[in-house]
Design a protein around this ligand. Structure first.
Ligand SMILES: *Cc1c(COP(=O)(O)O)cnc(C)c1O
Length: 372
């Protein structure tokens, strides 16, 4: 059937441009692990992964094995790294799907080793070191014992070492420097113990944009920058990224309301004058934060129109009184540009008290994706 016009347009050309910008920042011979977790930050995992695979990235990164399974079902052939850990009962599936888990405890390593042994294969693993994120990874004091155990696990092969920055987007770099120093010590120990991982990396988008690792390592894990968004507004001048996603709809209904007339739940918008109110078919069930009520804006006819009143599940209202000639069916841009005006995901995020990552991820399944 004909779909409602609420859609996320994904510009795969912009994705390519951002990938080339990324490659420019990474030294020759370094590996790129392009992060496509969470449905490629809402951009569509299979479509994005196909483009990145075509561009020759070395690895794709997902958070959970299920996301890796989706990519394999779609025919993606590149190594897929499961960044977010695994539970013991997922070990067999990971091997059967040809996924590469990130491992950081001996018992999981041992279960993977047995599963690989049963299948008569050698399974590649990546290992994560916790240098200060306090989330996943081996603490520095656990590195020696873990790798001693790993030596005896003959069906596992170490492909790469990872760590993860806690605040690489900040201007203050002291903690990030400490993390890198700690990581280098762990890597040195692991090498002394006879392991020779091909890749070692810690950098996410913010670190890549600022060359934070100074080419001390040879693997990067870009996420948000591929989608044309900046990990922090501070970084905007440092690299030219193109937004990949635009979120748009069309005016479903228009009405004129008198002074004193109210709009939406809780009557949080009350007209001060004769007002023209446009109703748009997008709401919090589509991923638009409810906190944008009376705060957010949309673009109509190249001009900004404030969101009037509370965001509903399926609808929002916009005050278009100051925009001449508005008609039913006019395009309304939530994220993206129109004429000479633009609303970035970062702007929407700031108004909603969050980061662009979350704005992208929450765009729901109900919003059709259109690839151009
Ligand atoms: C999500 C993620 C990234 C990508 O981070 P960006 O800030 O989007 O570049 C890198 N590494 C790991 C382990 C992640 O989970």
């Amino acid at each position: 059937m004909e779909k409602r016009p609420t859609s996320a347009t994904i510009d795969l050309g912009a994705l390519k441009t951002n990938y080339f910008q990324l490659r420019d920042r990474v030294r020759g011979g370094a590996g790129v692990l392009a992060v496509v977790k969470a449905n490629a930050y809402g951009h569509g995992d299979v479509e994005v992964a196909r483009v990145l695979e075509g561009l020759g990235c070395e690895f794709l990164g997902v958070a959970i094995p299920e996301e890796g399974a989706r990519l394999r079902e779609a025919g993606i052939k590149k190594p897929i790294i499961v960044l977010g850990g695994l539970f013991p009962n997922q070990a067999g599936d990971i091997i059967d799907l040809g996924l590469t888990p990130v491992v950081f405890d001996a018992s999981t390593a041992s279960i993977l080793n047995s599963a690989a042994n049963e299948r008569g294969t050698v399974q590649e693993i990546h290992v994560k070191i916790d240098t200060g994120m306090g989330r996943l990874g081996l603490r520095p004091e656990e590195v020696g014992p873990f790798f001693s155990r790993l030596k005896g696990l003959e069906n596992l092969r170490l492909g790469a070492l990872h760590s993860h920055f806690a605040e690489s987007e900040r201007e203050e770099k002291r903690f990030s420097e400490e993390q890198m120093t700690g990581f280098e010590s762990s890597v040195a120990l692991i090498r002394q113990m006879g392991f020779d991982p091909k890749y070692v990396g810690i950098s996410n988008s913010a670190a890549i944009i600022e060359h934070l690792d100074g080419a001390r390592f040879n693997l990067v894990r870009p996420g948000i920058m591929l989608y044309g968004s900046y990990p922090d507004g501070r970084l905007r001048g440092k690299i030219d990224l193109k937004p990949v996603l635009e979120l748009k709809t069309r005016i479903l209904h228009l009405k004129s309301i008198p002074p004193g007339g109210s709009v939406s739940y809780g009557r949080r918008f009350v007209a001060k004058r004769q007002s023209m109110i446009a109703t748009l078919p997008i709401g919090y069930a589509d991923g638009l934060p409810r906190s944008l009520g009376n705060i957010g804006e949309v673009l109509v006819r190249g001009r900004r129109a404030p969101i009037a009143g509370t965001v509903c599940m399926d609808l929002i209202m916009a005050d278009v009184t100051d925009i001449p000639g508005v008609q039913n069916g006019d395009e309304a841009v939530i994220i993206g540009s129109q004429g000479s005006e633009a609303i970035t995901a970062e702007e929407v995020a700031a108004k909603a008290g969050t980061i662009s990552y979350e704005i992208f991820c929450r765009i729901s399944q109900r919003v059709q994706r259109i690839y151009v």
